[in-house]
Design a protein around this ligand. Structure first.
Ligand code: AHR
Length: 516
C-alpha cells in the first residue's frame, strides 16, 4: 500500500514538473542541420570617420608622439582591436566623406593643405591622416578597407582617379603618383561606397537623382571585382530603396551593395539622453527602439527580393549603434559618449538581427570604432579604455564566417510602463570545425530568465562552456584609471541533457554558449 501511494505521488509529481517545464514561455528551437547561409564576417565591421577624436587623437597620434605608435598609428589601439578581428573598416565618413578631397591627404605631410571639418565641430584638420595612412592601418589590422567616395561636393573624376590611384597596376599618372608617394604595389581595395546619406548631408538629393548619379559614378569607378555600395535613404524610407533598386535593376554589374543606417536614440533626437545617467525608462527605451531594426531590415529586404530575386546585392548596414548626448564638457560636434552595460545588451540585439538576416546582410559597420558614438575604445591622452561594446564584439567574433543556424524564439514579454518587448534575443552558428555557438541576451534588467533550447539535428557534444557579459548595475561602465566593471567572465549556469540545453540567463546579460 505504501509503495502504491509512493508511485502515485511520484507520477503526479513528475506530471506537475513536466507541466511546469512546458509552461516555460522561453523556448528556442535551433535547427542545427538546416544551416545553409554563411554569416559574413564583415557583419562585425567598423566605421572610422574624421569626426571628433576618432582619427586624430584616436587612431592617429603621428610619428613624433610620445604615445607608442607604428608609423603614427597608436599601438595600444592596434593591439586591442586585433583581439576582436576587425574584418573591415569604413572610412573617411560618414558626412565627412562628401566634403573630403582625397588628393589633399596624399604626399609629404608638411605640404598637405588643411581642411575645415564643417560637419563635425568646425575644426581644422591638417590631413596628416589620408589614403596611405588609412590603408596602412587596414594592413596592420588585417582588415579590408571600405572607402566612401565624395559624390556630394566632389567630382566623378576625383572618384575615378581615387580608384585608379589605389588599385591600378598599369602605368598611369595616378599610379606614378602613388609610387612617388612611396607605395609601389596597388592595395586592391574591393569595397567602395558611392556617397553617404545622399538624402541628407551627402547632398540632399531625391532618390531618382541619386540613383542616376550612382550609376554614373559606378560606371567610371573601374576595376575588376569591385563591390560598390549605393547610399540608402533614411532608415524607414522604402520609397528610396524601391527607386534605387528599380533604376539599377538592368545594371546589375554596377551595384553590389545597398546601404542601411540606423541609430538607437531615446527619447528622441532633441534632447537625447545621457549615456550613463539613466533609469529603467532609458534602458527600456533604448532596447525598444533597437528591436525595431528587425522590422526595418525585413521591409528593405522584401523590396530587394522583389528587384533582385537572386540575392546578388548585399544589404550593407554601414552605420549602426547608440547615440546619446555627448559627455558633459566635451565638444557637442565630437559625439564623444561613454558606453555602459546597456550598450552591450543593445548591441547584442543588433548583432543577433544581423546574424539572423545574414542571407541578405553582407556587412555592418558599428559607429564608430574609437572615441565616437558607440565606440569599442575610448582614449584620454596615453590611457585607453575597452568599453562593454568591445567585449560584446570579442564574445561574438565566433560567429564571423560561421554558418548561421536558423532558430525560432518564444519569449516572455519584458513589460515597462504598459509597453512590451521580448525579453530574449538570440542567434546561433556553426563554425567550420563543427562547434556550435549560441548567443543569447536577457534584456530584462529585473529578472533572471530560464531558456529551454531544443537542439535539433545535432550530434552529441562532449564539451559545453559559456561566457557572460553582465554587471551589478545597468549603467555600469569602464572608466579611465579604474578597474574594469564590465567585461567577459566565464559562465556555467546551464545544463545539457538529451540535446536539450537549459540556460539560466541572469537579468541584463549577454551569454554565449559553446558546444564542442
Ligand atoms: O556617425 C555619425 C554620422 O551619422 C555620420 O557621419 C552620418 O553618416 C550619420 O548621419
Amino acid at each position: 500500500m505504501f509503495k502504491l501511494k509512493y508511485y502515485f505521488f511520484l507520477i503526479v509529481f513528475s506530471m506537475l514538473t513536466l507541466q511546469a517545464a512546458d509552461k516555460n514561455e522561453n523556448k528556442i528551437i535551433i535547427n542545427a542541420d538546416l544551416g545553409t547561409v554563411k554569416i559574413n564576417k564583415n557583419i562585425y565591421g567598423h566605421f572610422a570617420e574624421h569626426l571628433g577624436r576618432c582619427i586624430y587623437e584616436g587612431f592617429w597620434v603621428g610619428e613624433d608622439s610620445p604615445i607608442p605608435n607604428t608609423r603614427g598609428l597608436r599601438n595600444d589601439i592596434i593591439e586591442a582591436l586585433k583581439d576582436i578581428n576587425p574584418p573591415v573598416i569604413r572610412w573617411p565618413g560618414g558626412c565627412f566623406a562628401d566634403t573630403y578631397h582625397w588628393m589633399d591627404g596624399i604626399g609629404p605631410r608638411e605640404k598637405r593643405p588643411s581642411i575645415i571639418n564643417t560637419n563635425w565641430g568646425g575644426v581644422t584638420e591638417d590631413n596628416s591622416f589620408g589614403t596611405h595612412e588609412f590603408l596602412d592601418l587596414c594592413e596592420i589590422l588585417g582588415a579590408e578597407p571600405y572607402i566612401c567616395v565624395n559624390v556630394g561636393s566632389g567630382t566623378l573624376k576625383e572618384a575615378s582617379d581615387w580608384v585608379e590611384y589605389v588599385n591600378s597596376n598599369n602605368d598611369s599618372p595616378m599610379t606614378r603618383l602613388r609610387k612617388e608617394n612611396g607605395r609601389e604595389k596597388p592595395w586592391n581595395v574591393k569595397y567602395w561606397a558611392v556617397g553617404n546619406e545622399s538624402w541628407g548631408c551627402g547632398g540632399n538629393m531625391e532618390p531618382a537623382y541619386y540613383a542616376d548619379n550612382f550609376k554614373r559614378y559606378s560606371t567610371f569607378m573601374h576595376g575588376r571585382d569591385l563591390f560598390k555600395v549605393a547610399s540608402g535613404g533614411t532608415d524607414a524610407d522604402y520609397d528610396w530603396t524601391e527607386t534605387v533598386m528599380k533604376k539599377t535593376q538592368k545594371f546589375g554589374h554596377l551595384i553590389q551593395g545597398y546601404s542601411f543606417h540606423y541609430y538607437s536614440v531615446y527619447p528622441g533626437w532633441n534632447p537625447k539622453s545621457s549615456a550613463t545617467e539613466f533609469k529603467e525608462d532609458g534602458w527600456f527605451g533604448m532596447m525598444e527602439t533597437t528591436f525595431v531594426v528587425d522590422d526595418r531590415l525585413k521591409k528593405h529586404i522584401a523590396l530587394m527580393d522583389e528587384y533582385d530575386p537572386t540575392n546578388k546585392i548585399g544589404l550593407i548596414a554601414d552605420e549602426w549603434g547608440s547615440w546619446y548626448e555627448v559627455e558633459p564638457g566635451t565638444n557637442p560636434g565630437f559625439l564623444y559618449q561613454q558606453n555602459t552595460l546597456r550598450d552591450a545588451v543593445m548591441g547584442a540585439i543588433y548583432l543577433n538581427i544581423f546574424n539572423n538576416n545574414a542571407e541578405r546582410v553582407k556587412m555592418a559597420n558599428i559607429a564608430q570604432t574609437v572615441n565616437v558614438l558607440q565606440a569599442m575604445i575610448l582614449t584620454k591622452a596615453e590611457q585607453l579604455v575597452k568599453t562593454p561594446t568591445f567585449y560584446l564584439f570579442k564574445m561574438y567574433k565566433v560567429h564571423q564566417d560561421a554558418t548561421m543556424l536558423p532558430l525560432t524564439i518564444e519569449s516572455e514579454d519584458y513589460e515597462y510602463n504598459g509597453k512590451k518587448i521580448p525579453s530574449i534575443t538570440s542567434s546561433a552558428s556553426q563554425t567550420n570545425n563543427g562547434d556550435i555557438n549560441i548567443s543569447l541576451a536577457n534584456v530584462n534588467p529585473n529578472k533572471d530568465i530560464i531558456v529551454d533550447i531544443d537542439l535539433r539535428g545535432i550530434a552529441n557534444f562532449a564539451n559545453v562552456k559559456g561566457e557572460i557579459i553582465t554587471s551589478e548595475k545597468m549603467n555600469d561602465y569602464n572608466d579611465f584609471g579604474k578597474p574594469e566593471k564590465v567585461n567577459i567572465k566565464s559562465f556555467s549556469n546551464f545544463k545539457l541533457e538529451n540535446k536539450k540545453l537549459t540556460v539560466t540567463l541572469p537579468s541584463k546579460s549577454v551569454v554565449t554558449i559553446n558546444l564542442k
